[in-house]
Structure formats: C-alpha cells, structure tokens
Design a protein around this ligand. Structure first.
Ligand SMILES: [Zn+2]
Length: 78
C-alpha cells in the first residue's frame, strides 16, 4: 500500500490517497478532483485547467503519467 497526495498528482490540496496500485490512486484522485470541481473550489479548478493543457498533448500527458507512476512505485510501502 502506498500513498500520494492530491498535490503530487497535479491537484491542489494535501489530501492523501491510499492504494495498492497507481491506477487505483489515480482513480481516487480523479474522483476527488471532480468533486472539488463541482463544489467550485478555485484552486482545484485551476489545477484541472493545467491538467487539461497537459492532456492536449497526449505524449506529454503519457510522460507525466509514467513519471508519476514511477514516483508511486518508488515510494516505500506504508
Ligand atoms: Zn485536492
């Protein structure tokens, strides 16, 4: 089990996501981002806009995703 924060995943706060796999954590982060977006949280909306810029360039996004996955895999188990 590893954990990453919202900020580490391109978000805007220090909430922690726990998961067995990076995909698991990425899904939780996505869901949290959507919730904060719906609440109208400015910091998260800005963070999401940044992510969307990244997603416009699929190769850039893939690189970002892989680097985060590596970061996750290099974390010590908790
Ligand atoms: Zn957050």
């Amino acid at each position: 089990m590893n954990k990453m924060t919202c900020k580490q995943l391109g978000g805007a706060c220090d909430i922690e996501f726990l998961g067995e796999s990076f995909d698991d954590i990425a899904n939780q982060s996505k869901k949290h981002g959507m919730e904060m977006f719906q609440k109208g949280d400015t910091a998260h909306i800005e963070a999401m806009n940044e992510m969307q810029k990244l997603m416009k360039e699929p190769s850039d996004f893939a690189k970002w995703f892989e680097s985060k996955k590596e970061e996750f895999n290099n974390l010590n188990d908790i």
